[in-house]
Design a protein around this ligand. Structure first.
Ligand SMILES: NC(=O)c1ccc[n+]([C@@H]2O[C@H](COP(=O)([O-])OP(=O)(O)OC[C@H]3O[C@@H](n4cnc5c(N)ncnc54)[C@H](OP(=O)(O)O)[C@@H]3O)[C@@H](O)[C@H]2O)c1
Length: 340
């Protein structure tokens, strides 16, 4: 049970508007345990997060905890929170792309989450390549292949079917690049409502962020605090540490808060929807409270824009294919899709 003083009225939380005009909370709660936290711990954190005012929850089949989180959603709704007050996302994992499997994956998530519909359903990665849970940094899947647009669209059209049938209300992309999004926008029948992408002060992705806004695609920012507890496979010695950045730390001191709070305020004021994760009540309660009070000044927002180091943390090297040169190949950094 959370402390009553930690609770805030969800109506005080800012909102964003999705294409079509629907409002979505401007902050959500992540549910990926980074191979460190158990499904039980995460499900309890979801319960606590709903108590303190979170209404948006970012789930995924690959996180391996949707069944326990689904039980918590049932309890939350029994406690008086209506289904339509919640905004729940899920994602199809890389081994369930293509005809048939997307529908099966969605059916499994619906069953586990104990829901009649998912609010926003993502394609988790634009590749069919996958790694097993807890994969080491040098894991290599011999069946991995570069991006294939025809295959991606086969998966996207299944996503569209799910939306048309009402199993999901919106569909979205994740871990995409501008060239891949351009092809999707050219060929889709239903536009993506959101793109989930890595966003934190040291990795602001200004071009992709703006591209999404220009096309009515809501950016949802993962690793908003710079993911200090991310899996070891996603850590390299050169990675920037957002919560130790001198500008972030200086502004945190001025507001008398932890640097994590500055990362979240910055994200919400910039316009993405951050989805911070924590199993600790004091952390997740302060993560939502901070977006309702003491905003950053324009000057501080400008200073934080200079913190960008183009430092991607979730490089995705475990998804690389034979012949790929390096993780950069996943991200089309020369503006063209890497197809070999
Ligand atoms: N679409 C995708 O491919 C994708 C990829 C990655 C993540 N995600 C989603 O994004 C969510 C968030 O990403 P993430 O969990 O990697 O990174 P994150 O939210 O940036 O970092 C989480 C860590 O930050 C610390 N933290 C949280 N609130 C804090 C506070 N108020 N004060 C101090 N420290 C705080 C906690 O670490 P301590 O325990 O050290 O306090 C926590 O484990 C995930 O849970 C998942 O839902 C999606």
């Amino acid at each position: 049970m959370t402390n009553v003083n930690d609770r805030i009225d969800p109506k005080l939380v800012p909102t964003r508007t999705l294409r079509g005009g629907e409002k979505i909370p401007a902050i959500g709660m992540g549910t990926f345990g980074s191979d460190r936290f158990t499904a039980e711990q995460i499900a309890e954190a979801v319960r606590g997060a709903a108590e303190v005012g979170f209404r948006l929850f970012d789930c995924a089949s690959v996180y391996g905890n949707e069944d326990l989180i689904g039980e918590v959603f049932q309890d939350i709704m029994k406690s008086g929170i209506k289904r339509e007050e919640l905004f729940i996302t899920s994602k199809v994992w890389n081994d369930m792309h293509g005809k048939g499997d997307v529908l099966l994956s969605c059916a499994k998530s619906l069953k586990d989450l104990k829901l009649d519909y998912i609010d926003l359903y993502f394609i988790h990665w634009p590749f069919r390549n996958f790694h097993p849970k807890g994969a080491p940094p040098d894991y290599h899947n011999p069946d991995a292949k570069p991006y294939n647009h025809e295959e991606y669209m086969e998966t996207w059209y299944q996503m569209e079917r799910l939306q048309k049938a009402g199993y999901v209300r919106y569909i979205g992309t994740s871990n995409m690049t501008i060239p891949k999004l351009k092809l999707l926008l050219r060929d889709c029948t239903i536009m993506p409502a959101a793109n989930e992408m890595e966003l934190h002060p040291c990795f602001q992705q200004p071009e992709l962020f703006q591209f999404c806004l220009d096309h009515g695609i809501q950016p949802i920012g993962f690793c908003p605090i710079g993911s200090p507890t991310r899996p070891d496979r996603d850590k390299t010695p050169d990675d920037a540490v957002d919560i130790e950045d001198p500008v972030v730390v200086k502004i945190a001191k001025a507001h008398n808060v932890h640097p994590a709070i500055i990362c979240i305020k910055w994200a919400v004021q910039r316009g993405q929807i951050p989805i911070p994760f924590s199993i600790y009540c004091n952390e997740y309660a302060s993560n939502i409270r901070c977006v309702t009070e003491d905003p950053l000044t324009e000057e501080e927002m400008k200073e934080l824009a200079t913190v960008d180091k183009n430092c991607r943390l979730i490089k995705g090297q475990v998804f690389l294919w034979d012949g790929a040169k390096g993780w950069e190949d996943l991200w089309d950094i020369n503006g063209e899709i890497t197809t070999r």
